[in-house]
Design a protein around this ligand. Sequence first.
Ligand SMILES: Cc1cc2nc3c(=O)[nH]c(=O)nc-3n(C[C@H](O)[C@H](O)[C@H](O)COP(=O)(O)OP(=O)(O)OC[C@H]3O[C@@H](n4cnc5c(N)ncnc54)[C@H](O)[C@@H]3O)c2cc1C
Length: 422
Amino acid sequence: MTVLVAGGGIGGLAMALTCQQIGVDVKVFESAAELRPLGVGINLQPNAVRELYDLGLGDKLPTVGIETTEWALVGKNGNDIWSEPRGIGAGYNWPQFSVHRGKLQMMLYNAFVERAGHTAVLTDHRLTDYENRHDGVKATFTRRNGSRIDIDGDLLIGADGLHSATRAKMYPDEGAPIWGGAVVWRGTTQARPIRSGACFTLVGTLEQRFVHYPITPVDPDTGLQTQNWLTELTFDPNQGWSSSDWNRRADVSKFIDEFADWDFDWLNVPEITRAAAEIFEYPMVDRDPVDAWVDRNVALMGDAAHVMYPVGSNGGSQAIVDARVIGAKFLEHGVTDNALSAYEDQLRADVSALVLRNRGAGPIAILGVVEERCGGIFDDINDVIPLAEIEAFMANYKAAAGFAIDALNAAPPIITPGSRVS
Ligand SMILES: Cc1cc2nc3c(=O)[nH]c(=O)nc-3n(C[C@H](O)[C@H](O)[C@H](O)COP(=O)(O)OP(=O)(O)OC[C@H]3O[C@@H](n4cnc5c(N)ncnc54)[C@H](O)[C@@H]3O)c2cc1C
């Protein structure tokens, strides 16, 4: 009864920790030669934080990020459109966290090897093929030295991200991810806190925006904190984009002219972005939803199943929830293809709808309404759009993304504590 997991990212490691917790033998195969804390900030919504608590990792979260207590949408003239409390202050039983993606990955990795042993993760193992067999699956991995290794398991979980080889095997004609015209430049800067010092802030329009959130507490000695930010510009998608690599470096000259006058009395975009230690360029890509995430004994999860625009901050969160739902189905159906089908039946339709909703700007679609009604320039947002309209829109998005406050608080745990696969 062995589950093979291709990919040691956020989703794959959450899957491995879940299997270990419920007594399922699991091995993780990661293509990178070693795990390193790559990436910048990501947000974990309360539905995912709840699952990390249930994995016994709640006390580790403050070591990789901070609790997000506020979420604000701001017009291109620096005036507030909407702000709301987040996490515990909003009424959730669990906080929202803004974390460093790489530190989160290393935290999950360290927790897993502590619990399952170092031999449960094999690096330098790139999944290159799989074959369903009547009683399981054969997965083929290729190493940097060119050698190929076949490994048998009961099930294979493809948690191999945006350029998933598992998905490519299921959908050989799918091709590259789809680029819709937006490019983001991401970085982190040491700076003094803005707003509450724990706010996710999004400023601008649908075509040009700046996103900002801190991922460390304020250092009492310096008064500074690490702030994650991204700038985004939109181009003609027909011009094409060369690469969708999370680690492609760029510099501030690529976007700074467009943000030169984004200096408000409480936020200075040129100053924050110029002070970044390093900047990464990434085209906003996603993939069309597919008709199946499961090919008998093989299932896709996380970005491999449903890569989406990060406008709703739910890619990492959904990967964690996927892992927990697969674990719950193992408890219900055993480590079988029926469990994989049950996972797909529960999540695929809703998450596919979320992919398309995020392609259409997700929770920030309100910016389009503001632009349409007043050209984005206003003194008091009440003159442009009734706050009740924004409130209803936000509540609707949270429900679609699986973190509506009352529903999440009332829901039983996905995995009942102490459950083991018999
Ligand atoms: C290096 C990196 C940096 C990132 N930085 C950010 C960021 O700054 N902000 C943000 O919002 N999101 C970032 N992401 C994406 C984010 O982590 C995911 O959108 C989200 O967490 C969903 O997680 P996932 O496990 O499905 O995918 P990922 O976290 O992308 O993990 C996929 C894993 O699979 C491995 N892999 C790929 N192909 C194979 C293969 N054939 N065989 C075995 N292993 C394979 C990858 O090396 C990676 O470790 C980054 C992803 C990566 C890989």
